[in-house]
Design a binder for this molecule. Structure first.
Ligand SMILES: *Cc1c(COP(=O)(O)O)cnc(C)c1O
Length: 377
């Protein structure tokens, strides 16, 4: 089989999914057009209930993006200049950007070389180092990231958080649908954020996100922050908030996609298992610890000569992506934090050799075999 036999290999295929649920999507979107409640229509509460039930938490607050889903809990905690929040440097910019937006300081902690998620042992070391430095800043919380759809190691992270009296905000933007020791992503820590960006495992047709928590007070604050800090009514504002609502149309899309989501998680896992079986002798395949189920937001591998590999795959019509070529501590946007190359050697090494291959629930076996052959040769 060669590349010319495929019209085009999709990195993520949303069209096949849409074909499957087109009727349901059209019905639900039409319903929104008919009732006309484009802002906070009935689909919002319906979706929040479904999502909270799925994750197994008391409250879900849907919002405008995964970035807002990270920002709003930090606002609820009153994060401000002088506060410090610990997180991974090997993630999407939004994770640490929200900390900086509130004038607080992101303190990076290197990752585990096998899972690429924050290393719980280094986390405690960095916290101790931070406390010893006595910078005048206050340690407030931790944002672990569930990279590529696999959760971070929450048992030791939650233990460290408790010991140092820090909150845990789970960045589950890539992991909605994953499980950790039987717990669904979104139920870890004190509060969790996910994203419904179209390319995420559960995506809408625009921007969207959700926040999960069990705490009533947190839920009330988040609902207020979502609508400009509103109090008992719209024109009574009790705190500074944002316009952080999810559109009703997007809630309708997500309700349709929820109908097939569990099946899609299953399909993603079959495809990932097949990749690992066929690629394990040619590249470093993803490591999934015992009692973890990934949702495979990305299937990412390590190679020595990445550019060569990517170019070869490109010439054969196989699309790839690099998440992430530059760790956050080396980004110009964070230059004021004063980090240098060499500060987080694991993140730097992984950033230099990682790339992701096409991954979605509808990846056909013959297409996958062609991708595998192109990599292995
Ligand atoms: C996608 C993503 C976000 C931000 O989500 P948006 O919906 O794009 O705002 C945050 N953190 C991580 C790890 C992500 O992958």
């Amino acid at each position: 089989m060669d590349a010319t036999e495929f019209r085009r290999i999709d990195f993520i295929d949303l069209k096949t999914q849409q074909k499957r649920i087109r009727d349901s999507l059209e019905q639900r979107i039409k319903k929104v057009m008919d009732h006309g409640a484009y802002i906070m229509g009935p689909e919002i509460a319906e979706l929040e209930e479904k999502l909270a039930h799925y994750v197994g938490v008391k409250h879900c607050i849907v919002c405008g993006s995964g970035t807002d889903a990270l920002l709003m809990p930090l606002m609820a905690y009153g994060i401000k200049p002088g506060d410090a929040v610990f997180t991974s440097p090997f993630t999407f910019i939004a994770t640490a950007e929200v900390v900086a937006l509130l004038g607080a300081t992101a303190v990076f902690v290197d990752i585990d070389p096998r899972t690429y998620n924050i290393d719980p042992i280094k986390l405690e070391e960095e916290i101790q180092k931070f406390l010893k430095n006595n910078s005048g800043r206050k340690a407030r919380g931790i944002i672990p990231v569930d990279l590529f759809g696999q959760t971070a190691d929450y048992d030791p992270i939650e233990a460290v958080a408790k010991k140092y009296n820090l909150f845990v905000l789970q960045d589950a933007a890539q992991s909605f649908g994953a499980t950790y020791k039987g717990r669904k992503a979104g139920s870890m820590g004190n509060v969790a954020a996910t994203s419904f960006f179209p390319a995420k495992p559960l995506g809408c047709y625009g921007d969207g996100g959700a926040i999960f928590c069990n705490n009533d007070e947190m839920m009330q604050k988040l609902r207020s922050i979502r609508v400009h800090g509103q109090g008992s009514d719209k024109y009574n504002n009790v705190r500074i908030g944002i316009n952080g609502r999810l559109d009703t149309m997007q809630a309708a899309v997500l309700l349709a996609k929820m109908e097939i989501f569990d099946e899609e998680v299953h399909l993603r896992n079959s495809i990932a298992a097949r990749y690992t079986q066929k690629l394990q002798h040619s590249v470093t395949t993803p490591f999934v610890p015992k009692d973890y189920v990934s949702v495979w937001a990305q299937y990412s591998v390590l190679v020595q000569q990445r550019d060569e590999m990517i170019n070869r795959l490109k010439s054969r019509g196989v699309p790839t992506a690099v998440y992430y070529p530059k760790p956050l501590h080396l980004q110009e946007a964070f230059s004021s934090l004063g980090y240098q190359r060499g500060d987080f050697p694991v993140s730097e090494r992984i950033a230099d050799s990682i790339f992701s291959v096409p991954m979605h629930p509808y990846l056909r076996e013959d297409v996958q075999d062609y991708i595998v052959k192109s990599i292995a040769e």
